[in-house]
Design a protein around this ligand. Structure first.
Ligand code: SF4
Length: 101
């Protein structure tokens, strides 16, 4: 009985510690990355020079991508949607990320 209580208490304390650590160490990513990723073709082919569409979307937001046409499978509809999205969703400081087709 004593062993069960000890293990239960220990498990509870470790669980609380993990919950606290996950809250303290969580990484908040920019929700625009996922939104832009959804506007891309989603093939994850790597033709843009990035390892996938999410990384390309992150590159756009970090202003590393000069031309959206680096995404070879992309079409005007993808590029236009991303350009419009970037106009509608500026950085927190109000800076609008500009990129071209
Ligand atoms: S080229 Fe386009 S479809 Fe291919 S990984 Fe890059 S962003 Fe995604």
């Amino acid at each position: 009985m004593e062993a069960i209580l000890t293990l239960g208490l220990l498990g509870g304390l470790l669980g609380l510690g993990l919950a606290f650590a996950s809250e303290l160490l969580k990484v908040v990513s920019d929700p625009r990355i996922e939104a832009i990723e959804k506007l891309l073709p989603g093939i994850n082919c790597g033709a843009c020079g990035y390892p996938g569409c999410a990384a390309f979307a992150e590159g756009i937001l970090e202003e590393e991508v000069d031309h959206l046409a680096s995404c070879k499978p992309g079409k005007d509809q993808h590029y236009n949607a991303i350009i419009q999205y970037l106009k509608d969703h500026p950085n927190k400081d109000g800076h609008i990320i500009k990129t071209s087709k």
